[in-house]
Design a protein around this ligand. Structure first.
Ligand SMILES: Nc1nc2c(c(=O)[nH]1)N[C@H]1C(S)=C(S)[C@@H](COP(=O)(O)O)O[C@H]1N2
Ligand SMILES: [Mo]
Length: 258
C-alpha cells in the first residue's frame, strides 16, 4: 500500500492528520498482520476528524487496547515459534537495553533471589540452585526487536509453566508480571506465560547467561517481540491487574506477539 492510499478519503481541509502522521503510522505498524487496519479505516472507525492532540491520543490508545483484545483472541496456545539449527545462531549476539552495555547490572548470584508474589500458594524466594533443579528446556529461536533487527539465539531454562505449577500459581489469573534489577519491567497474558516455549532462561549457548544478556535470569518468549523478554529478572507475580511494562507504558502495543 502506498503512502497515498493510506490517507483517509475526506475533504483535505478537514483532515488534520499530518501532525500525527508519524504516530499513526507507528500505531498502524503495531497492528499486527492479521488484524491490520489502514490509516483510512482507522480514522473512519474513530468517527472523528482527529483534529486535536487529545482526540488523536485517545484514538491511538483505544486502538492499541482493541488490538490487544483481538490479538489475544487470535493467540493459539499451541502454535510454536519457528526453531533453527545450531549453525544458524547469530554470533556475536546483539545487546540491547535502555542504557549502554557497560551499564548492564552486575549481579552477584549468591545474593540474588527470585521473589514470588501475588496469586500464588508458595511465596518463598528461589535461589538459582533450586531453579536449576527444576526440569529444563532448550530452544534455538529468533529474537525480534521492534527497533528493526533480529537475531537467532540459543536459550535454556525452566518452562514458566513448570515454575508456575511449582509455586501453586492461580493459572486462571490474567497476567504474570516481571520486575528487573535495572528497573525494567514487563508482563505477559496467562496463555503466553503457559506457552511451552516461554522459559525462565538461565543459559545462553549452554553457558550461564552473560551479564549483558540478562544474568542470572531472563524470560525468553519467542512468540513475543524482544521488549517483552525481560532480562535480570528479580521478581515474578501473578495478578488480574495488567502490570504493563517499561516500553508498553510508553505506547508500544502491550500484546506484541502472535
Ligand atoms: N532488564 C531489561 N530487559 C530488557 C531490556 C532492558 O532494557 N532491560 N530491553 C529489552 C529489549 S527492547 C530487547 S530488544 C532485549 C535485548 O536483549 P539482548 O540484549 O539479549 O539482545 O531485551 C529486552 N529486555
Ligand atoms: Mo527491543
Amino acid at each position: 500500500m502506498s503512502e497515498q492510499d493510506e490517507m483517509p478519503v475526506r475533504k483535505p481541509e478537514k483532515i488534520k492528520l499530518a501532525d500525527h502522521r508519524t504516530a499513526l503510522v507507528k500505531v498502524e505498524r503495531r497492528l499486527v498482520l492479521r488484524s491490520a487496519l489502514s490509516l483510512g479505516a482507522l480514522s473512519m472507525l474513530a468517527g472523528c476528524d482527529l483534529q486535536d492532540n487529545d482526540s488523536v491520543d485517545k484514538v491511538l490508545w483505544s486502538m492499541s487496547r482493541w488490538n490487544d483484545r483481538v490479538q489475544a483472541l487470535l493467540f493459539r496456545g499451541d502454535k510454536l515459534a519457528p526453531t533453527y539449527a545450531a549453525s544458524q545462531i547469530t554470533n556475536p549476539f546483539p545487546f540491547n537495553a535502555f542504557y549502554d552495555e557497560v551499564n548492564a547490572p552486575d549481579i552477584d548470584v549468591s545474593d540474588w533471589r527470585l521473589e514470588v508474589s501475588g496469586l500464588v500458594r508458595d511465596k518463598q524466594p528461589w535461589t538459582i540452585e533450586r531453579l536449576r533443579a527444576l526440569p529444563q528446556a532448550e530452544q534455538i529461536t529468533r529474537h525480534i526487536c521492534i527497533e528493526g533487527w533480529s537475531a537467532i539465539g540459543q536459550w535454556s531454562g525452566v518452562p514458566l509453566k513448570k515454575f508456575l505449577q511449582a509455586v501453586g500459581a492461580d493459572t486462571s489469573a490474567k497476567y504474570v508480571g516481571f520486575k528487573c534489577a535495572d528497573r525494567y519491567y514487563s508482563s505477559l497474558d496467562m496463555p503466553t506465560a503457559l506457552h511451552p516455549q516461554t522459559i525462565l532462561a538461565l543459559d545462553f549457548r549452554k553457558e550461564p547467561l552473560p551479564t549483558s544478556y540478562g544474568f542470572p535470569l531472563k524470560v525468553r518468549v519467542p512468540t513475543k517481540l524482544g521488549f517483552k523478554n525481560p532480562k535480570h529478572v528479580v521478581a515474578i507475580y501473578v495478578t488480574n491487574e495488567n502490570p504493563g511494562g517499561y516500553w508498553e507504558d510508553q505506547g508500544y502495543n502491550w500484546f506484541s506477539g502472535v
